[in-house]
Design a binder for this molecule. Structure first.
Ligand code: HEM
Ligand SMILES: *[C@@H]1O[C@H](CO)[C@@H](O)[C@H](O)[C@H]1NC(C)=O
Ligand SMILES: *[C@@H]1O[C@H](CO)[C@@H](O)[C@H](O)[C@H]1NC(C)=O
Ligand SMILES: *[C@@H]1O[C@H](CO)[C@@H](O)[C@H](O)[C@H]1NC(C)=O
Length: 666
């Protein structure tokens, strides 16, 4: 009996080993057939067990002679592109494969390949499996592909127009004033150092996304609600939990996003059980419960508004951007015209001759509306908040750039003007083309929130790809994974101008001035293929801002070398909104104030007051060094950001009263 059992177990083990080894060889031989350089790994970097336990394995592997692991171990480490930069690409080339058991991945930092892959959407779809967990509140634009995605994109993109960008600009100015007022208060208190910059930029981004997604006017503590607010919307913006809820709407969103990984991985009944004795589970459960109920109520309120509007034959929802309101209105209007649309749908199905045309009208179900509203918050909250957070820190690290930014603000908007009078249409292009735009672009170049953009080769067939770097054409096998390495192509020495050509680390350093260097333009023109020249490119208009990436007078990155918002039909729908929001926030803040690194760890305010410029310079150098080290420690969970206790303390000082930024130049 025992020996029989042993035999069975043995057979299972042998079979398991066999399939692993077989898979390993299958993938390696596929890799070899492409003719691309490849490295061999024992497991996939995507493997969940590996991700959970990699620290132990890495420790053990590193005990072996270096020659056994130095060629491949890097690729299994999280955020390797952020941490090792060009190092491995220099050795392997701009495009290489990672092959092994459960792993066959094409990694590239070739701008031409990135641009082409992103453009040929049907050949290289988005690898939505990496996002499927974000469907917890319903299918949505970010997590789907093919006809379902087209349908979501068409339904949501209508809201992302210039009129709404202008509304968002005013709201962002107002919100930034709220944040600055809070910091101003801290600056005047007994402990003037600001340690909440990350939290406050998150609140800022949340308040703005509340406006973009739901038409809400959220407030900062102590602020009053705008008078023209629809009374039905008051409860969502209130600073205290309204009846029937145990937390405010903003809190529920904030906490759902904060605990998102736990919420995604734990089924609700289990979470409810865990919440009896685990504090974080309780917070997550409660936030989720509140959030879901807010969403249902929201939908009902929006439907009521849409119905009233329809009865009155006019639309009250013109006060600004309100994605959810617009989706609801879309559905309500079309319920009116149901008969008509059913006929149209039938006709479309027949003329297309396929089942994919079944959902041609932009009518989303309740769940789909809620799913898309949620995904706007996931996509637009942490990304924007952190980009702004990092931009503020980098401007504090680089006083000369900060001063140049302020000079541009004075020139474009006036040093004493009232920000609430700034006009979107008149100012936006100038702002984008100034140090304001450059400060943001440079932040997104160095610290893109999405460091790797996942695609794959369509499972329906192999795809050919010509690589400009080698002049060779390769066949990428059906189903192969692809990683577009945003973080490293944005530091690629071949495509980016230097500001300090003698420094090895120039492209790893923050220098917004880079965006005004025109030297490498000619070199770039050749690689700048329009999407229509790419065979198989998906050139349909899926909405979102489609204007040029950069103005003609400025440095224009080669297409595919600046992909913080991705590229092609699946690029960021909120790009314009995000830029507008960050421009407004920087302009409001730096018009009146400067941001300086706090030096409390080295000197008291009294000691600083007694220092001459040379001593201040040396002191600030210590704070800059530490701040840069802290930024280096950023990691990705959802996006690239500082996690855990890592943070950089700063001071807000009125312009003219700087202690450092006026006299420090490096
Ligand atoms: C600095 C801020 C932002 C950055 C860096 C950013 C970056 C990105 C990137 C890289 C993608 C493509 C992801 C992929 O293919 O895997 C994306 C998609 C998307 N983003 Fe953003 N984003 C930002 C802000 C926003 C904002 C504010 C919104 C909404 C208001 C938004 C809405 C979306 C949506 C809806 C998609 C999915 C588009 C589609 O698949 O068709 N993003 N974003
Ligand atoms: C080859 O790699 C892919 C991932 O790219 C994986 O899904 C597949 O299981 C691997 N093939 C084999 C036979 O192991
Ligand atoms: C900063 O606070 C002071 C005193 O509370 C106030 O006089 C000043 O106007 C504030 N500045 C801004 C821009 O909020
Ligand atoms: C920054 O990028 C935006 C588009 O992403 C562009 O419109 C703007 O001109 C750029 N600004 C500078 C100074 O390069």
């Amino acid at each position: 009996m025992a020996s029989k059992l042993l035999l069975v177990v043995g057979a299972v083990v042998v079979f398991g080993l066999f399939s692993i080894i077989n898979g390993f060889w299958t993938n390696i031989s596929k890799a070899r057939k492409t003719g691309l350089p490849y490295i061999v790994v024992p497991c996939s970097p995507y493997n969940g067990y590996w991700q959970l336990s990699h620290k132990i394995w890495v420790f053990l592997i590193r005990l072996l002679p270096k020659s056994m692991w130095e060629g491949w171990l890097f690729v299994l480490l999280p955020d390797w592109g952020y941490n090792t930069g060009q190092e491995h690409f220099k050795r392997l080339g701009d495009s290489f494969l990672v092959a092994g058991a459960g792993s066959l991945i094409f990694m590239t930092q070739s701008p031409a390949a990135i641009h082409e892959i992103a453009s040929r959407r049907e050949h290289f779809p988005k690898a939505t499996e990496h996002y499927s967990i974000l469907e917890m509140f319903g299918r949505n634009i970010l997590t789907t592909e093919g006809s379902v995605w087209r349908f979501h994109r068409k339904a949501t993109s209508a809201s992302f127009n210039e009129k709404n960008a202008a509304h968002t600009f005013s709201e962002a100015i107002h919100q930034a004033q709220g944040m600055v007022a809070k910091w101003n208060e801290t600056a005047r208190s007994d402990s003037p150092t600001i340690t909440t910059i990350e939290k406050d930029t998150m609140t800022l981004a949340l308040n703005i996304i509340g406006y973009v997604g739901f038409g809400l006017r959220l407030t900062w503590p102590g602020e009053s609600v705008p008078e023209d607010t629809d009374p039905r919307m008051l409860k969502y913006g209130s600073q205290a939990p309204p009846p029937g809820h145990s937390m405010t709407f903003a809190n529920s969103v904030e906490l759902v996003l904060h605990h998102i990984i736990m919420l995604l991985l734990t089924p609700t009944p289990l979470l409810r059980f865990l919440s009896l004795f685990m504090k974080s589970a309780r917070a997550a459960y409660e936030a989720n419960d509140n959030y879901v109920r807010y969403m249902r109520e929201f939908l009902d309120d929006k439907i009521a508004v849409a119905k009233e509007d329809a009865e009155r034959g006019q639309c009250s929802g013109d006060g600004g951007m309100d994605l959810m309101g617009q989706l609801v209105r879309g559905r309500y209007d079309s319920e009116e015209n149901k008969a008509k649309s059913t006929i149209e749908k039938k006709t479309a199905e027949i003329s297309n001759g396929s089942a994919t045309a079944a959902k041609t009208d932009s009518i989303l179900t309740d769940d789909e509306i809620i799913g898309n509203a949620f995904i706007m918050m996931v996509a637009g909250h942490e990304t924007t908040a952190n980009s702004l957070h990092f931009a503020l820190l980098e401007l504090a690290n680089n006083p000369a750039s900060q001063r140049a930014l302020q000079t541009d603000i004075d020139r474009l908007l006036g040093r004493d003007s009232d920000p609430t009078t700034w006009d979107y249409e008149a100012s936006i292009n100038g702002m984008l083309a100034s140090m304001l735009g450059a400060a943001i672009n440079e932040t997104l170049r160095l610290m893109p929130p999405v460091v790797n953009i996942p695609k794959w080769v369509t499972p329906t067939g192999d795809q050919t790809l010509a690589l400009q770097e080698t002049g060779q054409t390769h066949v990428l096998p059906a189903g192969m994974d692809i990683v577009l390495s945003a973080i490293t192509v944005q530091r690629h020495p071949k495509y980016w101008p230097m500001v300090k050509p003698d420094s090895d680390a120039d492209l790893d350093a923050y220098a917004p001035e880079r965006w005004f260097k025109k030297e490498s333009e000619k070199k770039n023109a050749a690689a700048d293929a329009a999407p229509s020249e790419i065979v198989g490119a998906d050139t349909e208009d899926y909405g979102g801002f489609s204007g040029p990436d950069t103005s003609a007078q400025l440095f224009r990155p080669v297409r595919g070398s600046f992909v913080a918002f991705s590229d092609g039909p699946r690029s960021c729908l909120g790009r314009r909104i995000a830029l507008v929001e960050m421009l407004a926030a920087l302009a409001v803040l730096f018009q009146r104030y400067s941001i300086e690194l706090a030096v409390d760890d080295w000197a008291t305010d009294k000691e600083v007051a007694a220092m001459d410029d040379t001593a201040r310079h040396a002191l600030y150098g210590k704070a800059q060094k530490r701040s840069r080290q802290t930024l280096r420690s950023a990691t990705t969970i959802l996006t690239l950001k500082l996690h855990g206790a890592a943070s950089v303390p700063v001071r807000l000082v009125p312009r003219g009263q700087e202690r450092f930024v006026h006299c420090v130049d490096v």
